[in-house]
Design a protein around this ligand. Structure first.
Ligand SMILES: C[S@@+](CC[C@H](N)C(=O)[O-])C[C@H]1O[C@@H](n2cnc3c(N)ncnc32)[C@H](O)[C@@H]1O
Ligand code: SF4
Ligand code: SF4
Length: 490
């Protein structure tokens, strides 16, 4: 496959809302300031080309925190998408379940990390074990045709319930129980303490016991764990029943899960130096309408353009070429390492499950705000960037951002501050220019962006332009006007 043969995305991930009702011990959500931004479902008119394609719902936060989640599921089903949903299941109730029984679910994964109330509620802060089990068992009963799995993120706290979990979920009719290895994403010592790396012998013993029960008892449920691949004892003992990391009995109804990420996103692609096809098959739509390639490169807004136009846009192709020409982007890609290659997580190799050990972190880091500027460190250089430009993605740095007028690159933070002082003293920094007005908004051109500022705001400091909630930013005037129109319509 080549870039010129680019097809519509095979897989679209939609993150409906930037919120969650739980605070699970191991999850990134605990370190984040959640904004409760909700995807405006009017954007569905822009969601073309997804018939027969996979749509992953809510892998990063909790999809059922979106007040219109039922409508989202119904609309995706009408559009003919194959829905793959991940949820903590705590917010389901009989009414919601009956409203979505006709939906086109192919995979539904509930995250339940433990089979005793104490263990589950210790990990999943704010959740109630009894009601969650009732909710998900009810869903399983109602939705007989969809593949229903349990995500069980293994940690020190729930390790001793791994084997019991097999009986528990087999009895409730689930198809699969995935023992996910916990990625240590946070610097916090609490999270490190949860890692099972020092308890491998017990984890192997639990999986061994679970595997014997499944095979000897001809259970219908299948289980998976990266240890079935990496642990010599388990991989040798169960090789007749293993397909990669998944173990299956010879029960005729036992089915290994279909993982759309692995099927579409991993594998070779002409011109790519890594086994990843993400930029050519996968788009992620965030709760604020941003469309991402590779889970990090902003290629447009679903509020502004159709998915098809964004996918085939010059900007998207620019990012694709950028990735192909800069292999170090992939080398330091934690999305690839921890999400797409989650099966390869090996507890005996720290670098496969510790986020802090990622080598050559390529992401720009905000070092400090100085006067009206942000000083950002990227690849040992300090970039002074006017705050009006808001947050800047890594692609801008790779695309020789230093050549953009008004961005100063320095070797030390002191040099950066000096350069900023000089720019201010000489007023050499570009000034915002009023270029147009549109529907009671002033259209301002500044550096390489256009800003629509509601006239009702009065005089605005340049430094606020990139951050003010009611100010819209865009690369082109026409795009900006359309965004203003859409905002007014909503
Ligand atoms: C981030 S949650 C989002 C969906 C939903 N809120 C849920 O809990 O299922 C998606 C999955 O990531 C898992 N997860 C959370 N923290 C993790 C970690 N540190 N390492 C690996 N998986 C993790 C969760 O258990 C869950 O199965
Ligand atoms: S429910 Fe999901 S998103 Fe929320 S904290 Fe737990 S794992 Fe994270
Ligand atoms: S940046 Fe990450 S997701 Fe994108 S192609 Fe490279 S490895 Fe894959």
């Amino acid at each position: 496959m080549h870039i010129q043969d680019l097809q519509e995305p095979e897989l679209v991930e939609i993150e409906p809302v930037h919120n969650c009702n739980l605070r699970c011990l191991m999850c990134h959500v605990r370190d984040e300031k959640l904004t409760n931004t909700k995807l405006d479902i009017s954007c569905f008119r822009h969601l073309n080309g997804i018939e027969g394609k996979w749509v992953l719902l809510g892998s990063g936060y909790e999809p059922f925190m979106h007040p219109d989640i039922v409508k989202i599921i119904q609309r995706l089903s009408e559009l003919g998408a194959n829905i793959d949903l991940t949820t903590n299941g705590t917010l389901l109730n009989p009414k919601t379940v009956s409203a979505i029984t006709g939906a086109n679910f192919k995979n539904v994964s509930f995250s339940v990390d433990g089979v005793s109330r104490k263990t589950y509620e210790t990990i999943r802060l704010n959740a109630c074990f009894d009601s969650t089990i009732e909710n998900i068992a009810n869903f399983r009963q109602q939705m007989k045709d969809c593949y229903c799995a349990i995500n069980y993120t293994v940690s020190k706290i729930n390790l001793n319930e791994v084997s019991d979990a097999v009986d528990f979920f087999e009895e409730k009719g689930f198809n699969h129980l995935g023992f996910i290895s916990m990625v240590v994403r946070s610097e916090s010592g609490d999270v490190k303490k949860l890692s099972t790396e020092k308890d491998l012998a017990e984890y192997v013993r639990q999986l061994d016991e679970a595997a014997q029960k499944i095979i000897n008892g001809k259970y219908r449920i299948t289980i998976s764990s990266p240890l079935f691949l990496h642990n010599d004892y388990l991989s040798e003992k169960y090789k007749a029943n293993l397909l990669d990391t998944t173990l299956k009995s010879n029960n005729e109804y036992a089915k290994v899960p279909f993982n759309p990420r692995n099927s579409f996103q991993t594998g070779s692609f002409a011109g790519m130096k890594i086994d990843c096809r993400s930029p050519f098959v996968f788009a992620r739509i965030l709760y604020d309408g941003t469309v991402l390639l590779c889970n990090k490169f902003d290629i447009g807004s679903i509020y502004q353009d159709s998915l098809r136009d964004i996918w085939y846009s010059g900007r998207a192709n620019f990012v694709r070429r950028l990735i192909m020409e800069n292999p170090r982007i992939c080398k330091s890609c934690d999305y690839y390492r921890f999400c797409l290659r989650a099966d390869e997580l090996d507890y005996t190799k720290k670098e496969t499950h510790y986020a802090e050990n990622i080598s050559g972190n390529d992401n720009p880091i905000l070092i400090e705000g100085y006067k009206d500027y942000n000083i950002v460190l990227w690849q040992n250089k300090y970039y002074s960037i006017h705050r009006a430009l808001g947050s800047i993605g890594i692609e801008m740095f790779l695309a020789e951002f230093n050549k953009v007028e008004g961005v100063v690159v320095a070797s030390t933070i002191e040099e950066s501050r000096k350069a900023i002082d000089e720019m201010i003293a000489k007023s050499t920094y570009p000034q915002p220019i009023l270029v147009n007005t549109h529907k009671r908004h002033n259209i301002i051109s500044f550096v390489d962006k256009y800003f629509a500022i509601p006239q009702s705001l009065g005089k605005i400091e340049v430094a606020q332009m990139g951050y003010h909630a009611s100010i819209i930013k865009c690369d082109s005037i026409n795009g900006l006007k359309e965004l203003v129109d859409n905002k007014i319509k909503r």
